[in-house]
Design a binder for this molecule. Structure first.
Ligand code: NAP
Length: 305
């Protein structure tokens, strides 16, 4: 059996693409490696910038998007894609030991948090070093933690952790944060968040196999924060490993595609955080999904003719 559209990734881009593909009555499969849909939005405690649903939790938004696509008849398989063959009229994807065929493919695999690359990070991962405040924050109730980064993710993580932790150090390598002003104001007005600006994380120290401190570099000097958790939020990297060598990537490693989401391969479209774009938000991912499904529909209609 050959699907009209196979969508890799069940985040806002992939799910929006599924909604639009189903409204075009195309046989649609969504492959998502995680048991829950939503992608990176699952890491957001609260999403306050998706129109119409102020303050919705990332979990609820993911569930709602999936329910919408399911109601319209999209099929879902929860399995990690191990291989994808993009070229040719029939695209092939291997996932969970099975092989799926599609006439078109929408790559909506998103991005993952980047590693910081300091000593102690790898060794103490899961033992106090985390990349997801919403997933792991509860383990640090009443404790002192540090968040590293200056973008939306770091600001959101700091605000989320401040609800349960005793103290949150927000460590940023510059004086200016790049995250949304509204989040900056909230952070500045939160009593148990201490801003540590112009400091570069140098290493993460441990005791008894668990995080016990964060060493910082400040000019030629150094400082130490006694913390039991270090949350790293220093940007994202696109999930493109499966497609490397098959599709054109931009200099930063994102899939090169414009607003029409067309990639360098016929019948293959890229939507959401994995695509070259200016603004990576849920709302732009959803818009990409719609565009990708529309481009796929035009492609399929041409092939059908
Ligand atoms: P980001 O916007 O790329 O910010 C990464 C931050 O980490 C920057 O402040 C950067 O510092 C810092 N950084 C990078 N490498 C570092 C290093 N080696 N050492 C120390 N600091 C380092 O990443 P993000 O916050 O993960 O956000 C990714 C995208 O998702 C953005 O487009 C963001 O707007 C979006 N997002 C949106 C929401 C929302 O709207 N609710 C929530 C989360 C994420 P510099 O500033 O000095 O470069």
């Amino acid at each position: 059996m050959c699907y009209d559209v196979i969508i890799l990734g069940g985040g806002p881009a992939g799910l929006s693409a599924a909604i639009y593909a189903r409204r075009a009555c195309r046989k649609t499969l969504v492959l998502e490696e995680k048991p829950l849909c939503g992608g990176q939005v699952l890491d957001s405690h609260e999403v306050d910038n998706y129109p119409g649903v102020p303050g919705v939790s990332g979990f609820e938004l993911g569930e709602r998007l999936k329910a919408h696509a399911e109601k319209l008849g999209a099929e879902f398989v929860s399995a990690q894609a191990a291989k994808a063959v993009l070229g040719g009229a029939v695209k092939e994807v291997e996932a969970g030991g099975k092989r799926y065929e599609g006439r078109s493919l929408i790559l909506a695999t998103g991005a993952r948090r980047r590693e910081l690359g300091v000593p102690g990070e790898k060794e103490l991962r899961g033992m106090g070093v985390s990349y997801c405040a919403v997933c792991d924050g509860a383990f640090f109730r009443g404790k002192d933690v540090a968040v590293i980064g200056g973008g939306d993710s770091a600001l959101e993580d700091a605000l989320f952790l401040a609800r349960g932790c005793r103290k949150v150090y927000l460590v940023h390598r510059r004086a200016e944060f790049r995250g949304a002003k509204i989040l900056q104001e909230k952070v500045e007005n939160t009593e148990n968040i201490e801003l540590v600006r112009n400091r570069q994380a140098a290493s993460i120290g441990g005791e008894g196999g668990r995080v016990s401190c964060l060493e910082l570099r400040a000019g030629s000097g150094s400082e130490r924060l006694d913390v039991e958790g270090v949350f790293i939020a220093v940007g994202a990297e696109p999930n493109t490993d499966l497609f490397k060598g098959q599709v054109k990537l931009d200099q930063a490693g994102y899939i090169a595609a414009g607003e029409d989401t067309k990639t360098s391969v016929e019948g293959v479209f890229a939507a959401g955080d994995v695509r070259t774009k200016q603004l990576r938000q849920v709302v732009t991912a959803a818009a990409d999904g719609a565009n990708a499904a529309a481009s796929a529909e035009r492609y399929l209609a041409r092939e059908d003719a």
